[in-house]
Every structure is written in structure tokens, then in C-alpha cells.
Design a binder for this molecule. Structure first.
Ligand code: GLV
Ligand code: MN
Ligand code: MN
Length: 406
């Protein structure tokens, strides 16, 4: 409920942040962790939470918490993230946050008094849009990612996470597994826009998540000899762009041959990156995902072999580094069935999209709710959810929170 006691819908709350982080060059939103835009969203969330009488805290890893009543153990926690991919949509992340605020408004309007502590969390850097590794906030909180490694990660400008976190007012020396905060989470429920067309096919507005398929990110660094585009004859070149381009084709071929596999090259950076310059180095990032019993690392090994062969043919070298990996996540079966029953036999869906919920699921009973996305498009400006489905999502989330915390 806002300061004047008015309940706000999730749609209205989304409208309040519609202008923040709009990316005029790429379209959509670029709201990377510890940038001005993301800071503005943190401020907005803190203000919206305080206007509702919630107690706002920032934990050791820069995740933001808003407590409905007194913070404490065995809490029912909901929330998502406010950062985005480059040029992303308006819903991936923010929908879970605004729906949580709207659900709290509904509970207040119903005069609900929770028996368990109730909180909203906004996790930091879910997308890995700035530092490459996704779910930094939840991985650091749970100790799944070592603080030393995280703090040394560099963004595209060469700045470390430690430096930009400090500049944004956080204390990187305190980053790392946070027993106290983790110990407070009794149950976690994340609401998210669906990132495929599962609900369209089922003709339903809301689903309960079953789990997340294994996925990871690998960086292939090809090195050759930088040189002049006009004076270097073709036979004299060692151009790392050639094996990098070969690799893009190999990714498509290898993944297309494995049922259910998804593999993507969405980022390729030549150094130094001049039109009239043969690159000295090309970095290629591979995002690969494959449900079990498939083995996503086996698929990556096959791609690596092709990349090495292509590099050798051009007199180049390639170095491969696994930047992140998340194994299969299965959400708590009893919790899933409870939510499903509560929401009128809502359908159950698996997903190929990663979430902080996958990280949390290894530590506490965790569930996800998905809101229908008519086009299924996500990580792009065309991402969408119908306002009526959004309202349904926050009402369903309120029902879930009421049942879990009541
Ligand atoms: C996050 O949305 C991911 O699946 O990469
Ligand atoms: Mn995303
Ligand atoms: Mn997300």
C-alpha cells in the first residue's frame, strides 16, 4: 500500500519505472548492476517499500530486502531482480518485484497478519549483464560463488566488481556467504514472466514451475596476429576472426543435432575492433543449455574440439574458460503441488531460463510462478505480458503468500 493508503496494481508500479534505464541505442532497457539506472531502480524500490511501512535492509551482498513486519527466521520470501540484459524487456525481473509489492498491498487491504515473517528480496545482478556471471547476488549469499572470484570479475570497461560495488556505496570486503540472511529464508517463491510459449499453448495465464534445465556460459578467446587490413596478404594472415566465425557455425550444428539442446553465441568481441584492423584477439561467449539426461558439458566439449581445429588451421590459438555453470534445479515437489492446488490446478512448466530460484532451491524449499507471455519473446524489447494476466499473477501470489505465511 502506498503512503496515502492506496493499493497499487503491479501494472501501475511497472509504469512508475517505465522510463528508467531505457536504452536509446539498442531499444528496450539496459539496467546493469551498479549503474545509474540500476541505482535509480534500487532507490525507487526502497521508496515504494518504505511508503508501505516495510523495513528496508541491504544485505552484505547488495541484495535489497523489504520486511512486512519484523525480520526473522523461517520467513516466506518472494521477489526477483531489477537488472536487465543489454536491451532487455520491461518484465524479466521487474514483474516479480512489482507483483510482490502489489501482493503485499492486497494482503494489507485484507487485514492479513502473517504468522511467519514475510519479505520481498531484490537480487543483485541476476542476468550477468555487466560481469558475465549470472545470479551474483544469490550465489554470493549462499556461498555458491566464492567472494574472491566474484570481486575480481571485470566488466567491459575493465572495472572490477569490487571497484564498482565500492563506488555504489557497498562494502565488497563484506561480500560472501551470509549465514544470517540465508538462515532467515524459510521458503522462496519467485514470480516471473514466462520466457517461452508454454502458457500460450496451454491457454492458461499462470503456471507453477517444475524446475530449470542445466545451463552455463563459456568464454572462447581466440588469439592471432593483429595487422593492417590493406597490406597483409590473405596467405600471410593469422586472423582470429576466422576460427571465431567457424565456431559460430559449429555451435548451431552441434546443438541442432542434440534434441532439446540450446546453444547461443550472443556476444563476440574483437580486439582492438577496427574496420581496417585484423583483430589480434576475438572473445566469443557461448551460452549452452540441455535438459538431463543430456550432458551440456559434453556438447561444449564437442564445440571446443571444432573451435581448436579451426584455430589451428588459421595459425591461431584458443583458450576456453567455463565462466558459470548451474546444474539441473528441481523445485520442491510438496510446495509445487501445494501451490498448484491453491491456484485451481494451475499447469506445471519446466523452463530453459535461469533464475535466482535455481540457486535458492539447493538451500530452501523454492517455487516459481510464471505469467503468460503472448509472443514468448524475452530478453528483447518485444517481451510482454497482458495487464489482466499481470493482475492475476499478483492476486495468485498474494494467495500463495497468505497460505504460506498465514
Ligand atoms: C536469464 O534470464 C537466463 O536464463 O540467462
Ligand atoms: Mn533474464
Ligand atoms: Mn529474470
Amino acid at each position: 500500500m502506498s503512503g496515502d493508503g492506496r493499493a497499487e496494481s503491479a501494472n501501475a508500479l511497472l509504469g512508475e519505472i517505465a522510463g528508467v534505464g531505457a536504452d536509446r541505442a539498442r531499444g528496450g532497457y539496459s539496467r546493469h548492476v551498479f549503474t545509474t539506472a540500476e541505482g535509480e531502480l534500487r532507490e525507487w524500490f526502497g521508496g515504494a517499500a518504505r511508503a508501505r511501512g516495510l523495513e528496508v535492509q541491504v544485505d552484505r551482498n547488495a541484495n535489497v530486502w523489504a520486511w512486512f513486519g519484523r525480520p526473522g527466521p523461517d520467513a516466506v520470501v518472494t521477489g526477483s531482480h531489477l537488472d536487465s540484459v543489454p536491451g532487455g524487456g520491461a518484465y524479466d525481473g521487474p514483474l516479480g518485484v512489482v507483483s510482490a509489492l502489489a501482493a503485499f498491498d492486497l494482503l494489507r487491504a485484507q487485514g492479513f497478519t502473517p504468522r511467519r515473517p514475510l519479505a520481498i528480496v531484490v537480487f543483485a545482478e541476476e542476468e550477468g549483464g555487466r560481469f558475465g556471471v549470472p545470479c551474483l547476488g544469490s550465489r554470493l549469499l549462499t556461498g555458491t560463488l566464492a567472494a574472491e572470484r566474484a570481486l575480481g570479475l571485470r566488466d567491459g570497461n575493465g572495472d572490477t566488481l569490487a571497484d564498482v560495488a565500492r563506488a555504489a556505496g557497498h562494502q565488497p570486503a563484506h561480500f560472501g556467504r551470509d549465514e544470517e540472511t540465508l538462515g532467515r529464508i524459510g521458503t522462496f517463491v519467485e514470480l516471473h514472466v514466462e520466457q517461452g510459449r508454454g502458457l500460450v499453448h496451454l491457454d492458461a495465464p499462470i503456471a507453477v514451475g517444475s524446475g530449470i534445465i542445466p545451463h552455463g556460459r563459456w568464454r572462447f578467446s581466440f588469439t592471432g596476429q593483429g595487422n593492417h587490413a590493406g597490406t597483409t596478404l590473405m596467405e600471410d594472415r593469422r586472423d582470429p576472426m576466422i576460427p571465431a566465425a567457424e565456431m559460430v557455425g559449429a555451435v548451431r550444428r552441434s546443438a541442432a543435432a542434440v534434441p532439446e539442446a540450446r546453444a547461443t553465441v550472443g556476444r563476440l568481441v574483437p580486439t582492438p575492433g577496427g574496420t581496417n584492423v585484423i583483430a589480434s584477439r576475438v572473445d566469443v561467449w557461448l551460452d549452452a543449455r540441455l535438459p538431463e539426461p543430456g550432458d551440456v558439458r559434453e556438447l561444449v566439449a564437442e564445440i571446443t574440439e571444432d573451435a581448436r581445429a579451426a584455430a589451428e588451421l588459421e595459425g591461431c590459438r584458443v583458450e576456453v574458460r567455463e565462466e558459470s555453470y548451474e546444474g539441473a534445479a528441481s523445485f520442491d515437489a510438496a510446495l509445487r503441488d501445494r501451490l498448484r492446488a491453491l491456484l485451481g490446478d494451475a499447469p506445471v512448466l519446466p523452463t530453459g531460463a535461469g533464475h535466482d530460484a535455481a540457486v535458492l532451491a539447493r538451500f530452501v524449499p523454492t517455487a516459481m510462478l510464471y505469467v503468460r507471455n503472448p509472443s514468448g519473446i524475452s530478453h528483447a524489447p518485444e517481451e510482454f505480458a497482458d495487464p489482466a494476466d499481470i493482475d492475476q499473477g499478483s492476486a495468485d501470489l498474494a494467495r500463495v503468500l497468505r497460505s504460506l505465511a498465514g
